[in-house]
Design a protein around this ligand. Sequence first.
Ligand code: HEM
Length: 122
Amino acid sequence: PAHPDITDDGIALLVRTFYDRAREDDVLGPIFNRAVQDWDEHIAQITDFWSSIMLRTGRYSGRPLNPHLRLPLEAEHFDRWLALFEQTATELFSSEIAHEFMIRARRIADNFELAIGSMRGE
Ligand code: HEM
């Protein structure tokens, strides 16, 4: 695991808190609220995703990039997503644990942004 103090309960709290904020956010809210039909299902899926990444539980085995290719995502959305995720992780966890989440979140967000850009021929 990424850090011995990271637990599934901590991940569930992080994901719930982050998406409660993201759906109310001026930049991210309109995109999420148009695209997500079932919030409980989305939150459960993202919780499994982070559990697989941080704890190697294998609970997520999807294709995380796919839905993002169909969304109108620009640099400002990724910047806002990362800032909000960092703010939430820093509030809930030690700076060391928040850092473990942020290393991975930045890497994944960068990959998504590159893939979306190359799909658009940028
Ligand atoms: C799925 C929005 C960034 C991880 C989704 C979905 C939306 C969305 C609308 C589909 C939900 C559904 O079908 O109900 C966004 C927006 C982002 C963003 C607006 C801002 C740039 C990220 C980042 C990560 C991530 C940075 C990872 C660190 C995921 C995962 C799924 C998902 C794992 C589920 C994919 C699947 O298996 O279908 N996202 N996302 N998203 N997102 Fe994001």
